[in-house]
Every structure is written in C-alpha cells, then in structure tokens.
Design a protein around this ligand. Structure first.
Ligand SMILES: Cc1ncc(COP(=O)(O)O)c(C=O)c1O
Length: 399
C-alpha cells in the first residue's frame, strides 16, 4: 500500500468480535490494567500473552501510533517517546548495545543533539565528527578507530544538506557498523531510511508527524534485530509518550502525505522568491539548482503526484551584510510568519539558529560550519505560498 493509504488506515482499531468498530482509536488513559486472573497478568507481563499491564510497559493508544509509524517506515518495531530527544537517546542506546562506546556523526547537527552527545561523553561514549556529504572523508574517519554506531540526519539542520544515506549505509555495512538516522526533516513521505539499509531511525514527532504545534513527542523505529532491546530500554527508562499526545500524533499523521506535498511545493516557491531578492546573499534549499545536494535529493527523495521531487519544507537563507541586529529587525517585521523555535507546523515560522537552536556551539564553530549570524531558517507552512513569500519580502525591505 502507498504512504497516503497507510497514514490513514495504519492506526485504525481492530474490529474484534463486534459487528462495528470505532472510527478513531480510543484515548486509553489507564495507568494500569486490572486482571480477573493473576496468572494472565503474569503471562502478559512476561510477554507470553498479548495485552497491557502498566502504561510504562505499553498502552493501547501509543501501540496504535507505534503500529502506524512502523508501517509507514517499513520498520519492524516502534517506540513512542515523550520527545524527539528521548527518541534519539533510545535510538543511540539501542544501537550501542554490545558495541564500542563510540559514535561517528556529522559536523552539522541539530543543536540539542550536540548537547546529548556531550552528556553521553560523561558516560564514556565518545563522539567523532566528519562530513557525511564527503563520502571519502567519512569513510576515512570510520576506518580510523572502532565505531559503535553512525548517526546522521537525513537532511541537516539548519543548512538542509542532504545526507547520501544510500552510500553511508553501504559503507557502514562493509564495516559492520549500525546506522542511526534522525529522519525528522524528511518524514517517511520523502524518504524511508530502512529502504536504503539504515538500522534504527527516529523522529521528533513534535514536528511534521504531529504537525500542528500541539504535541511534544518522538518515535524510534528499528529493525527486528534491535526490537527486543529497544522495547526493553523503553520499559526500564520510561521515555513513553502519553495516550493523549499519542492520539494527536496519529491524527496528525493521517494528513502527513498531503501536508508534505504542500510544504514542499510552498518551500520551493519561497526559495525561488528569496533567491531572486537583492537583500538575500544565499538560499539553502535542496530543490534549487544552486544547492550542492540537489542531485542527492533527486536520487533519494520521493516524487509528488506531478512527478517532481519533494524537497521538504525547510529553507534557510543568509541576509546580505546583516548582523544580529539586522536579522532581528527582519524577524520583528514579519507579520504572518511567526518567530518560534520549532518546525514542521502547518503555519510558517522563522528561527535564528545563531541565537536559538545552535547558540550552544559557540560563534567560532558556527562560523566554521557556515552558520552565520545572518542565517535565517524558515519552516515553510501550508498557507498560501504567495502570502508567505510576500511577508518575507516586506520584512526584508525593513532590514
Ligand atoms: C532534527 C531534529 N531532531 C531532534 C529534535 C528534538 O526534538 P524534540 O524537540 O521533540 O525533543 C529536533 C527539534 O527541533 C530536530 O529539529
């Protein structure tokens, strides 16, 4: 079945014995489940019988979301978590089981991911950085010392560099190293990391999956080989997503394929308008011919109904000769696009990475990575594209 069908039917409740079934999954709030017979409870707790015992061990609403995301991703097992960061932590701990305590990752990552990796260094899990878009350099780094797992983002935050995930996974297989993927920017609509050989992936469900700025959540998905350990970590560490937010995420996912097409169409339009604007120095969007990874995106990303590649909804750009004060003048002049630190919502929003998502990595490192004080990141929403573009253009006039 196609993604648009799975997104809608993947979370539908089972009919059971009744001649009817509800049109939406129930929000099952119960913290624990009461049993007629103690032996049945023990059997369920020991995974000898299907069922639910205690919410940290599993919940019917979260289970429906997990089924829906696993189906969309073509994965074997999923764990719904209370945030994207919790999902990423679970993904890394899952991958590192019985592996060297070392992670090879990209130099440009979501800012909070750097923080998590630094925290993990306190537990002796060391991190090395290389550029996954430079396959030879990345393989050289991989060969340099024992690597427990590779961590990459499908498209990087905030420069929207597209990781050649097929080549990274082929290389990782040669070295016997599992690949963990942060697929937040692309969602299963644009690309399915398992199809090119990834082992574990995660999403910040706060973003496109839920899509409406009313959920903090995450989902980790893995292959069969990692499933038992990932679920066991979930039971012991308790990162679980609650039933209400599980429900909202499922509801959001039903329209995910439609939204991703619209985000992509609008983002391409906005990127082209920005590229033509004299106050814009550079636009970072993989749908533009000027982007270094356009060919990789065309190879890896899905196509929309009109046959054109879907490049996603994230556009970043450098405002010409702008310092922080000038960027703030631009930000404050926006009337439709909101100032916020999230992404993937139905509404358009802008973020200034240097003072928000990437402030902790310091100005020198930011400059080396190409994240200037004049860089603005736009999560292009699904409003009318001409309204979004007009708002950005009028704000650029006020820089
Ligand atoms: C690429 C990426 N990964 C992970 C996260 C973390 O997600 P959350 O805020 O849901 O913990 C974010 C949040 O912005 C993100 O952009």
């Amino acid at each position: 079945m196609k993604q648009s069908t799975l997104a809608i039917h993947g979370c539908m409740p089972e009919r059971g014995d009744a001649p009817y079934s509800p049109s939406a999954p129930a929000i099952e709030l119960a913290a624990s489940f009461h049993y007629e017979r103690a032996a049945d409870m023990t059997a369920v707790a020991n995974a000898e019988m299907e069922g639910f015992v205690y919410q940290r061990y599993g919940n019917p609403t979260a289970a429906a979301l997990q089924r829906q995301v696993a189906l969309l991703e073509g994965g074997d097992s999923a764990l719904a978590c209370s945030s994207g960061m919790a999902a990423l932590h679970i993904a890394l701990l899952t991958a590192l089981r019985d592996r060297p305590a070392s992670i090879l990752t990209a130099e440009v990552l979501f800012g909070e991911t750097f923080q998590l990796l630094q925290l993990m260094e306190q537990q002796e899990v060391m991190t090395r950085y290389a550029d996954p878009c430079d396959i030879e350099a990345f393989e050289a780094a991989l060969a340099q010392s024992d690597t427990g797992c590779i961590l990459v983002e499908t498209a990087s935050n905030p420069l929207v560099r597209v990781t050649p995930l097929d080549s990274i996974c082929t290389m990782a297989k040669r070295h016997g190293v599992p690949v963990v993927v942060d697929a937040t920017f692309t969602t299963p609509v644009l690309s399915r990391p398992f199809d090119v050989g990834a082992d574990i992936l995660m999403h910040s469900a706060t973003k496109y999956l839920a899509g409406h700025a009313d959920v903090l959540g995450g989902v980790t998905v893995c292959r069969e080989a990692h499933a038992d350990w990932m679920q066991e970590l979930g039971r012991h560490l308790g990162p679980n997503l609650g039933p209400f937010h599980s429900f909202l995420t499922m509801r959001g996912i039903k329209t995910l394929p439609l939204r991703m097409e619209e985000h992509s169409r609008n983002a391409l339009r906005v990127a082209r308008v920005l590229e033509a604007h004299p106050r814009v120095e550079m636009v970072h969007y993989p749908g533009l011919d000027s982007h270094p990874d356009k060919a990789v995106a065309d190879r890896l990303f899905a196509r929309g109904p009109d046959g054109d590649t879907l490049y996603g909804g994230m556009v970043s750009f450098d405002i010409r000769d702008a310092d922080e004060a000038a960027v703030f003048r631009f930000a404050n002049a926006l009337q439709l696009v909101v100032r916020a630190t999230s992404l993937g919502d139905v509404h358009s929003l802008m973020t200034h990475p240097a003072t928000t998502t990437h402030k902790n990595i310091g100005p020198k490192r930011r400059a080396q990575l190409g994240i200037g004080d004049n860089l603005v990141r736009i999560s292009v929403g699904i409003e009318d594209p001409e309204d979004i573009a007009a708002d950005l253009v009028q704000a650029l006039e006020r820089v």
